[in-house]
Design a protein around this ligand. Structure first.
Ligand SMILES: [Zn+2]
Length: 790
């Protein structure tokens, strides 16, 4: 007989104990169907998730009827370095792969967000005036005055005939003369221009930076009218661009020609098509060498960049790039750029990891940027798929951290004296911009966005967490494989506790534009949730398999939250509806307390064992105050001893022949295995937990025994399925338990760990006595000043 089935038998024998009903997880009374209801916490998500279809299967995979649009672009732009203006034209080839006929197409005009009368500017709520930083005020004033937005010169069809179009804030509807039938193709040509925004004054994911030497760095994005995504679950995703919610885009192939001053170095999404006409022979040779190099190699050295800064060539060069199967393109241009590169192996190919940055970025950028790009590709590919694109680029300029296919814009730079911080101090922006780990982390994060949402192409305008949360989770894994004890800002459960206790919470499943505390809600909380799911619920093997399956299924497609939730369950084989419900749809936090521990002893029914035990128990009962004070008071039976009878002398704890006979008959009536059980000799404990935070959670326990031995076990969250507020767990031990600790490794984001121990222990904390720095009074200041004057 295995000890397992023996324990089970023992428990069934003991079911008479009321506490054991609790230990089995069954409620003592039926729970009221409120927040504490276990049934509600474990209710399946069917009512919340969209009905599965043959396009999006119940398994979470794309189905046989899945479709998505194909939109290809041929874009030509001219960068005006005198006026900080971009002028261009594009031809859009729109292939309708939906089963629907479209009588109009919607395009996104993202630059229109910077028009003074845009919905974004007009709907901006007043900033908190008590703590408005200078940069905030400068941004507000700049937005009021900046002549931003697209100038749309012409909109025509492939033959040059004008097309009827209507602009609705950041969107443009183009009415098609002939409806676009399923499988059909439309061609649209647009001439456009806009003034480039000052990216150092307006946080805009794009813009220019002007340097003291008169040079500029341009980081250009959202620069061409681009198709609104038309989706099976949404129709046209044309929620306006208000500023927080990012972009929802279709895949396509791009030709991009950038006409820039001849002394600029240009970086862009895609493969450079005309290296021979824009790079020198030396640069081309260095680039070839870098592809095979194991360390970053300069294509443009710091000295060469410093020399180029002094130029102001009037000639022009056109850089041609091609990018296939991407949802967008972006580029950067400057004569200040240093350029380095190294090769990274991914899926049997060599990817070029590259960085473009000014001398102001060194020594940080030469040392860390391209290495961080390469590290990201290696680390992320382990958890998802091989990096499918030819290049991955990190650019230093005005934008603090923003991702595009194959290229991203990142900020951290040292101070002018070349010193910098290690990690950000209290996450303050100014130190983050000047720190080593700030740079490495932002490069990992933004390059990591190639996987989510550039390839696993989720709907950013609707769900920020689907790309930011998943990406921040992988960022944490990548950071931890960069350097031991890397100071990650997000990912560890303990770091999310303060946010989860705050009143400024909305569920993760909230639209991008309505999220309070954007970073905590969409980056840190989902990243932490996935870390907990991986380490404490599914385990690394099941989690990694399921997560990879999600990435593989939705690579180059458009997933929704339901596709993610369903795939993670489908591939892991574990019901996680309670987890998505609590962490993604709720605002509860984790706080479980050990309320008490009951020690249970088995009734052996043997009078020679049980009667002495009961006697000891009776004698151990404390004397009440009344009994103590009455001890010497006269009683009537002392005055009349004849009032005492048989029962006054009867010892109920004495073992009688009757008791022995009864026990013998009881034993004879038992099966052999039950008879063994009565000699079992194990210790039984019931640990009672209460859920004070509301979120149901697994319970990692460390149990220490009298001999000093300790074991760790995690009780699954399903323990809460009958009652999500209060539950007990039966522990069976060979020897007395001396202590029990809940969440010993800070794995579940428990908000209050002071109630996690049996027996309770005082919390240790350090405090300092301090004296307020007093401002000196005017009299003292004046007298000090007089003394100081000779
Ligand atoms: Zn991000």
């Amino acid at each position: 007989m295995s000890s397992m089935s023996r324990d089970a038998l023992l428990v069934s024998l003991l079911l008479g104990f009321t506490t054991l009903a609790l230990a089995q997880g069954r409620p003592a009374a039926a729970p009221s169907p409120g927040a504490g209801s276990g049934a509600r916490a474990f209710e399946q998500l069917e009512q919340l998730l969209p009905t599965p279809s043959e396009a999006r299967l119940a398994s979470g995979a794309p189905g046989p009827q899945y479709w998505q649009q194909q939109v290809d672009y041929d874009i030509k732009v001219r960068l005006d370095d005198e006026r900080q203006r971009l002028e261009g034209s594009e031809t859009i080839s729109y292939t309708n792969r939906s089963p629907h006929t479209l009588s109009y197409l919607w395009l996104q005009l993202d630059q229109n967000r910077f028009k003074p009368d845009s919905l974004s500017v007009r709907s901006a709520a007043a900033p908190s005036l008590s703590e408005l930083p200078y940069t905030g005020l400068a941004q507000t004033l700049e937005l009021e005055n900046f002549k931003g937005g697209f100038d749309i010169a012409t909109v025509t069809d492939g033959s040059g005939a004008p097309l009827q179009h209507v602009i609705v804030d950041t969107m443009m509807r183009i009415d098609l003369p002939q409806p676009l039938v399923p499988g059909g193709k439309s061609t649209i040509a647009i001439k456009f221009a806009f003034n480039i925004i000052d990216g150092t004054r307006i946080r805009a994911r794009t813009g220019y930076e002007r340097f003291k030497d008169g040079n500029y760095i341009y980081e250009i994005a959202q620069f061409y009218p681009r198709a609104v995504a038309y989706l099976d679950y949404q129709g046209w995703q044309h929620k306006p661009y208000l500023g927080s919610g990012e972009f929802t885009l279709q895949f396509g192939n791009f030709e991009l020609a950038i006409d820039a001053p001849a002394d600029h170095v240009v970086a862009a999404s895609g493969t450079l098509q005309n290296a021979a006409s824009v790079l020198s022979p030396l640069q081309r040779e260095r680039l070839t060498r870098a592809r095979g190099a194991a360390k970053p190699q300069y294509i443009v050295t710091p000295q060469e960049a410093a020399q180029a800064e002094k130029n102001r060539l009037t000639q022009r060069k056109t850089w041609r790039f091609q990018a296939n199967n991407v949802r967008d393109v972006a580029f950067a241009s400057s004569r200040k750029f240093i350029w380095d590169a190294m090769g990274v192996a991914s899926g049997g190919r060599r990817v070029l990891a590259m960085s473009f940055f000014p001398n102001e970025g060194d020594p940080l950028w030469s040392q860390y940027s391209t290495q961080a790009v390469a590290h990201t590709i290696e680390a992320y590919s382990r958890y998802t798929f091989d990096y499918p694109y030819p290049v991955a680029i990190s650019v230093n300029g005005p934008v603090g951290g923003m991702e595009y296919p194959m290229i991203c814009f990142n900020q951290p730079r040292p101070y002018e004296d070349k010193t910098y911080w290690a990690s950000p101090v209290n996450n303050r922006d100014r130190t983050w911009e000047r720190s080593k780990y700030g740079l490495i982390s932002v490069v990992i994060h933004e390059v990591g966005h190639n996987y989510f949402p550039m390839i696993v192409n989720s709907d950013e305008r609707q769900w920020t967490w689907m790309d930011e949360g998943l990406n921040t989770f992988l960022q944490f894994l990548a950071e931890q494989s960069w350097e031991r004890n890397y100071p990650s800002r997000r990912g560890e459960p303990k770091d999310i506790v303060q946010y989860m206790l705050s009143s400024e919470q909305v569920p993760i499943m909230t639209n991008s534009e309505s999220i309070l505390q954007f970073g905590n809600n969409s980056y840190a909380k989902p990243a932490t949730a996935l870390n907990i799911l991986r380490e404490s619920i599914l385990g690394r093997e099941l989690f990694d398999f399921a997560f990879k399956e999600y990435a593989r299924r939705w690579k180059f497609k458009h997933p929704t939250p339901a596709d993610f939730f369903r795939t993670m369950e489908d591939a892991s084989g574990v019901d996680l509806d309670w987890f998505w419900r609590g962490w993604f749809y709720g605002t509860g936090h984790v706080d479980v307390a050990i309320d008490k521990v009951l020690e249970l002893e088995l009734d052996t029914r043997d009078p020679k064992v049980e009667k002495p035990r009961m006697k000891v128990f009776r004698e151990q009962q404390p004397e009440t105050v009344t009994m103590a004070r009455n001890a010497s008071a006269p009683v009537r039976t002392e005055q009349f001893p004849e009032l005492l009878d048989y029962y006054n002398k009867y010892d109920e704890f004495q073992v009688t022949p009757y008791d022995e006979d009864k026990y013998r008959k009881f034993i004879e009536g038992l099966e052999e295995q039950d008879r063994e059980l009565l000699k079992y000799g194990k210790k039984l404990y019931v640990v009672e937990f209460s859920n004070r935070g509301g979120l149901v959670t697994p319970l990692p326990l460390k149990i220490t025994y009298q001999s000093g031995k300790s074991v760790e076990q995690t009780i699954p969250a399903e323990l809460w399925r009958y009652n999500a507020q209060k539950v007990g767990k039966l522990l069976i031990a060979d020897e007395p338990i001396v202590s029990i600790e809940l969440d010993p490794h800070l794995a579940i984001a428990d908000a209050d760990t002071s109630n996690n121990r049996y027996p309770p222990q005082p919390e240790k904390t350090r405090f300092q006595l301090f004296k307020m720095d007093e401002e000196t009074n005017p009299m003292k200041r004046e007298s000090d000043a007089k003394k100081a004057t000779p």
